[in-house]
Design a protein around this ligand. Structure first.
Ligand code: PEP
Length: 250
């Protein structure tokens, strides 16, 4: 049975004090017998303290990005080893903001994925079409190419460390959500694409999260779709009550 996962991407929000406050609220409010794996992704500077804070809880910590090189003259960057050294073994890669604002290409993302997998880290691999792609009915092609170019050079044995996060760019931070039917249609296509390339066992086992304006009000319906295995949450992850309600919707 594949894992249900709810991950909160905090982006460039929450200083150290606010991070601690939000974590305390989540610890208090997330039920210890929740069936979902819960992950939070604070900013780099607060990762180590978040790991310490969450040590005896059922909440995991992810980084929002990392560099592909092992080390070197890359001012401002963070390596896989540095993340693991403070206890972070999961990383979000390929987020649409990294692609659009920081010009990350599929090739660059593929090399980050490879480095993370070499370190036996779990990768939450984000991808999704822009509005113009959906309007021109090119969204399936775009998604297939992002998967092939960014991810499909990995070994079959690495799939246990991959979580897919389909995030239509037009639905991120816009208040516009893909309908549960649109999400299911694309998730089914994604699973089929994985099946064709890597076989049924891998396709059935990989968790595919939906991301894009998930809120307490729409989470249950989206999560009820058979190929939606949880969510990657942006804005609503910044308020404990909203995030907990989304976790409970699984
Ligand atoms: C995201 O940035 O990954 C995201 C899904 O954001 P939001 O939930 O705010 O649309």
């Amino acid at each position: 049975m594949r894992k249900k996962i709810v991950a909160g991407n905090w982006k460039m929000h929450k200083n150290a004090e606010q991070t601690e406050d939000l974590l305390n609220e989540l610890i208090a409010k997330i039920s210890t017998d929740t069936t979902a794996q819960v992950i939070v992704a604070p900013t780099f500077i607060n990762l180590a303290s978040a790991v310490d804070h969450l040590e005896f809880t059922n909440i995991d910590v992810a980084a929002q990005n990392m560099h592909q090189a092992e080390s070197g003259a890359f001012t401002g960057e963070i390596s896989a080893d540095m993340l693991q050294n403070v206890g972070v073994n999961t990383v979000i890669l390929g987020h649409s903001e990294r692609r659009a604002i920081f010009n990350e290409t599929d090739a660059l993302i593929a090399s980050k994925v490879n480095t993370a997998l070499e370190h036996d880290m779990t990768v939450i691999f984000c991808f999704g079409e822009e509005l113009k792609d959906r309007q021109s009915k090119n969204h399936f092609n775009i998604v297939e190419n992002q998967l092939k170019d960014g991810l499909f050079s990995i070994e079959a044995s690495d799939w246990g460390n991959i979580v897919l996060a389909y995030e239509p760019v037009w639905a991120i931070g816009t208040g516009e959500t893909a309908s549960p039917e649109q999400a299911q249609e694309m998730h089914e296509f994604i699973r089929e694409t994985v099946r064709k390339a890597f076989g049924s066992d891998i396709a059935e086992d990989v968790s595919i999260l939906y991301g894009g304006s998930v809120k307490p009000e729409n989470a249950k319906e989206i999560f009820s779709k058979p190929d939606v295995d949880g969510g990657l949450i942006g804005g609503a992850a910044l308020k404990a009550d909203d995030f907990v309600a989304i976790v409970n919707a699984i």
